[in-house]
Design a protein around this ligand. Structure first.
Ligand SMILES: [Zn+2]
Length: 104
């Protein structure tokens, strides 16, 4: 996965195009991510005996990684990443500024 938890991504297609947010969760098998405040779905909840009031619950739905682009934490641009190995560890390299994205 080229996108990891806590990355900042921007949406490049769909109804949330142009918005950006923090990645809260990644699903490598499905190649989807959950991004904070992106792709909200409304779910109607029915009143039950315990909860008298029904209502609308808003929740983020997973979005496919092809619809988001990483924002580099070094140059601040949306970018593609290249994976390189440095002393055996895969690191992500920003294609725009050539910096290591994971380096703190
Ligand atoms: Zn960069």
């Amino acid at each position: 996965m080229k996108i990891k938890k806590n990355d900042i991504v921007t949406v490049i297609s769909g109804k949330d195009k142009g918005k950006s947010g923090k990645v809260l969760k990644v699903f490598p098998k499905k190649q989807t991510v959950i991004v904070e405040k992106i792709n909200f779905i409304k779910r109607h909840t029915r009143p039950t005996r315990k909860v008298q009031q029904g209502g609308i619950l808003q929740k983020e739905a997973p979005i496919h990684i092809s619809k988001v682009m990483l924002i580099c934490n070094k140059c601040g641009k949306k970018t593609k990443v290249k994976i390189e190995r440095h002393s055996g560890q895969p690191v992500r390299i920003c294609k725009k500024c050539k910096e290591m994205i994971d380096a703190k």
